[in-house]
Design a protein around this ligand. Structure first.
Ligand SMILES: Cc1cc2nc3c(=O)[nH]c(=O)nc-3n(C[C@H](O)[C@H](O)[C@H](O)COP(=O)(O)OP(=O)(O)OC[C@H]3O[C@@H](n4cnc5c(N)ncnc54)[C@H](O)[C@@H]3O)c2cc1C
Length: 499
């Protein structure tokens, strides 16, 4: 039954807010499928919806913004194509491979050029290529001989007894030099975060697992390589990937494959629940009703949306909201710009360059999109995307994140120019300012998330799926979305068993 429909949808049951009296019992749609409302059309929400539809559910996605994709925003500008947010994903997750195959996007994939295997760091004002194999690991000048010997000592280091930050963990296992010149910039590259605050268990669980299960990162890495050699069937090569139309192509394609069109410009304001009617999701004058809801929105939005849900314990719910609000999302600006090739001395023959904290720069690093993927710029131009801000950024008045765009551009050109040799001004530039970019999994994060789950465990059919938990990489989001769909199926099977 559909009694009010300000969005013009006939996709799912919409109840008018203006309707007087008790909300009527709404029958399942004609498909007879179980209904799920997904809030948020970023990669977490859209892929959750897509995997749920594959499992036979009828899904409706509600999105506050004017387009799908959340952080995945591809731009075409003056013959160039670049990304405002994530640039690429790593081909290392089975769920991503299954999604791409299932969505018939295999022909659209663009793997990174061979050169993109090379990554640079800034050291003492110059760029140095990072080692890509064990021989280069021995000969590299990124680490001194004492630094390399300290890394070699790693298998003899014992385990820690308590949760550590990434900085504590890496310095304990691999030494300070390895931390300063390799791990610190890597963490800037993934989280735009401060490794002294991020939890090793929550932020890099695969690294932590090597110590936990093998007692050593080196022994664990060798065991993993051996296991993958013995693995049968097609292997994931770990290459960086995108699509011909950029990352947003994945999002528009998945949205197009959903039976119910995504409802754009629909900011969900509240979610309530009753055992009789299930979940009621409200946006303005519209109310949708379904047995299951997936909240695929940032942590602060989750804190707001769980406000009207019945609490098992008020104190527990308040703690959960506090935990969600306390997850820090520092600001990041990405500045993309094009240059004539002859304006840059460095060949930019790599994925990009990261500037370790030791270099004392505001710029976190730069990607070289036109070197990573074919066809991203005219043949005589380079496109460069610079990252600035993050967990260590100066957000005070007068600090880098409060500067005007023009001042930030000038700063970036000065800092990066010292490493790659820039002459003149870019042909064009575009800044994207992310006021709340990437959630920081700080020490204590896992406990925070566990308390949120505990506070909501009594609500059947409520699922939380977004990048503030279980990984921020695009591959993590897709893997978690697939796992969510399977969990929904398992929960239903369990309910049917006990009915
Ligand atoms: C600058 C930047 C660079 C990055 N680079 C990479 C990279 O190269 N590789 C990589 O793997 N990862 C990268 N990441 C991380 C990755 O992009 C994110 O972790 C991922 O996109 C998060 O997706 P999500 O769906 O969980 O959240 P989001 O993309 O934030 O989507 C949430 C959606 O929910 C909507 N929403 C919010 N509130 C409501 C509401 N009340 N009602 C309805 N809708 C609502 C929002 O409008 C949004 O569309 C980067 C992130 C940033 C910011």
């Amino acid at each position: 039954m559909q009694v009010g429909d300000p969005q013009g949808t006939d996709a799912m049951d919409v109840l008018s807010q203006a309707q007087a009296g008790p909300i009527p019992q709404v029958p399942l749609s004609t498909s007879g499928a179980q209904q799920v409302i997904v809030i948020g059309a970023g990669i977490s929400g859209l892929t959750s919806a897509w995997f749920l539809q594959q499992q036979g559910y009828e899904v409706l996605v509600l999105e506050a913004g004017a387009c799908v994709g959340g952080n995945l925003q591809t731009v075409r500008h003056n013959g160039c194509q670049f990304e405002r947010g994530p640039n690429s994903f790593m081909n290392n997750r089975q769920a991503m491979a299954e999604l791409i195959k299932g969505a018939a996007l295999e022909q659209e994939l663009v793997p990174a050029n061979a050169d993109a295997q090379r990554r640079f760091i800034g050291k003492h004002g110059a760029l140095m290529a990072l080692p890509t194999n064990p021989i280069e690991g021995i000969t590299t000048k990124v680490l001194s001989w004492p630094g390399k010997l300290r890394v070699a000592w790693e298998p003899f280091v014992g385990k820690a007894n308590e949760e550590e930050s990434i900085a504590q963990f890496v310095q304990r296992r691999l030494g300070k030099e390895m931390f300063d010149w390799l791990i610190d910039p890597f963490i800037s590259g993934v989280f735009a975060g401060d490794p002294h605050k991020l939890s090793v268990q929550a932020a890099v669980p695969r690294l932590y697992a090597l110590e936990k299960h093998h007692g050593s990162l080196i022994r664990g890495a060798i065991a993993k390589i051996r296991a993958s050699r013995q693995q049968k069937g097609p292997k994931l090569d770990g290459a960086m990937m995108t699509f011909k139309g950029g990352l947003n192509q994945l999002m528009t394609c998945l949205a197009g494959q959903l039976i119910n069109p995504v409802q754009l410009n629909t900011q969900v304001e509240s979610v309530s629940f009753s055992h009789e009617h299930g979940y009621q999701v409200r946006s303005g004058d519209a109310i949708w009703q379904a047995a299951k809801v997936v909240l695929a929105v940032p942590a602060k939005q989750v804190a707001r949306l769980i406000e009207d849900l019945p609490a098992q314990s008020e104190a527990q719910l308040a703690q959960a909201q506090h935990n969600l609000r306390s997850i820090h999302y520092p600001p990041v600006a990405t500045i993309s710009m094009a240059f004539n090739r002859n304006q840059i001395q460095h060949p930019l023959n790599g994925f990009g360059a990261l500037l370790p904290n030791k270099e004392n720069k505001q710029t976190l690093g730069a990607l070289f999109p036109s070197s990573i993927f074919a066809g991203r710029a005219p043949a005589d131009q380079h496109v460069v995307t610079v990252f600035i801000g993050g967990g260590r950024a100066d957000t005070s008045s007068g600090g880098v994140m409060q500067m005007s765009e023009a001042d930030r551009l000038a700063l970036v050109l000065r800092e990066l120019g010292g490493y790659i040799g820039i002459s003149g001004q870019p042909l064009w530039s575009e800044e994207s300012y992310w006021p709340a970019a990437i959630p920081q999994y700080e020490v204590g994060h896992q406990q925070k998330v566990a308390q949120v789950d505990e506070a909501l465990a009594h609500l059947p059919g409520l699922y939380l799926r977004s990048n503030w938990r279980d990984g921020v990489a695009l591959g993590d989001c897709v893997e978690n979305a697939q796992a969510l769909a399977l969990r929904v199926v398992a929960d239903d099977a369990g309910e049917a068993l006990y009915a």
